[in-house]
Design a protein around this ligand. Sequence first.
Ligand code: SF4
Ligand code: SF4
Length: 81
Amino acid sequence: MLSYEFKRGSVMTMAKVTFNDDLCKGCGLCVNACPKKILELDKNRLNNKGYHPAACTDLDQCIGCAFCATTCPDLVITVER
Ligand code: SF4
Ligand code: SF4
């Protein structure tokens, strides 16, 4: 699980991006969907299915758009704003 809180602009905006790693099949759809290009498959980790799970590489750049969550076919990602 990965959680994150951030500030956006002059208004304090709280968002939390959570990955249920063991549901991820490493398909990469979320990587392509992210407009900030801050998601990638983590080549340093394997989940319990044997896949490299998706992860965020630069949490400061996340805009909380939830494109990643809506694109994922396996409901791995949750974005809370
Ligand atoms: S919420 Fe948007 S910006 Fe943040 S990781 Fe997902 S697709 Fe990228
Ligand atoms: S989080 Fe979902 S869309 Fe992203 S690689 Fe894993 S299964 Fe695919």
